[in-house]
Design a protein around this ligand. Sequence first.
Ligand code: NDP
Length: 300
Amino acid sequence: MTAKIIDGKLFAESLRGRIAGHVERLQREHGITPGLAVIIVGEDPASQVYVSNKAKQTAEVGMNSYKHELPADIQEAELLALIRQLNADLQVHGILVQLPLPRHIDPNKVIEAIDPAKDVDCFTPANVGKVQIGLPGPVSCTPLGCLMLLRDQLGSLEGKSAVIVGRSNLVGKPMMQLLLRDNCTVTVAHSRTRDLAAVVRQADIVVAAVGRPQMIKGDWIKPGAVVIDVGINRVPAPERGEGKTRLVGDVDTAAAAAIAAAITPVPGGVGPMTIACLLANTITTASLINGLAPPDDLTA
Ligand code: NDP
């Protein structure tokens, strides 16, 4: 079997098209323009790129984008004061603080300061709990993107055996909740799992979120499985010239693609879905803040 390569870039583009439609409808029917505020502290180049992309895509779907750039030596209290100000701002429906933060700032304090109603990253304990019990609200962006790709590929996920490799709060754990809600039988593997290859071989669905380049081998994949590779790892690429690098996932894509039914590439798979789902969450929060039901096609 040669796997279908799941085009996350294309799917994200069509998702942004649907999001733009929802923005237009919120404006036309309710006079609401969703607004997303992004806070960046310091000048980490990778974070600068992420934040610029987020701001650009926010504006492209017709939402208001508010960017707050703060110096690396800002006091924690000042950052918390800005978050309180944004919590109270009626034009702002989503607040995102780009991580990582400088060491003198406690990220947990910052996350807990965000009004859960505007927590579009789904980091606050209140929203993590809502996902767990199935209440409406924002859903962790990367797992939501993975879920959308899986539903698009498989239709119903009911009864499928899903193995998630990685148990982080950012990816593995929320992914577990979402797949459970879609009636999968879910196994979460991690660094202490015994015979990981045998565990992965049982899976109709594999979600790899480890952060180790090409760790999951082709012969670990069950024939016909769908493989979602969340990993983003930069590795040396001497074939491209001295000092050059390239991105690879957590799965040996070429080998796995010979066995799987479908697989996401890296780059161009899950990555583009994450920002699109941030925008989807902003529609969800803007709807809920205004007492409206969030659109079904943008959430879990
Ligand atoms: P974390 O480092 O927070 O978690 C990694 C997980 O992998 C941990 O649960 C760890 O287990 C597990 N793990 C580590 N080594 C092994 C091993 N040898 N065997 C089995 N499990 C192992 O990473 P994140 O979840 O934040 O990110 C994972 C990857 O996804 C990274 O490459 C990251 O860059 C990428 N990512 C991509 C995004 C996207 O938009 N595409 C968004 C977010 C992340 P334990 O808990 O036991 O330590």
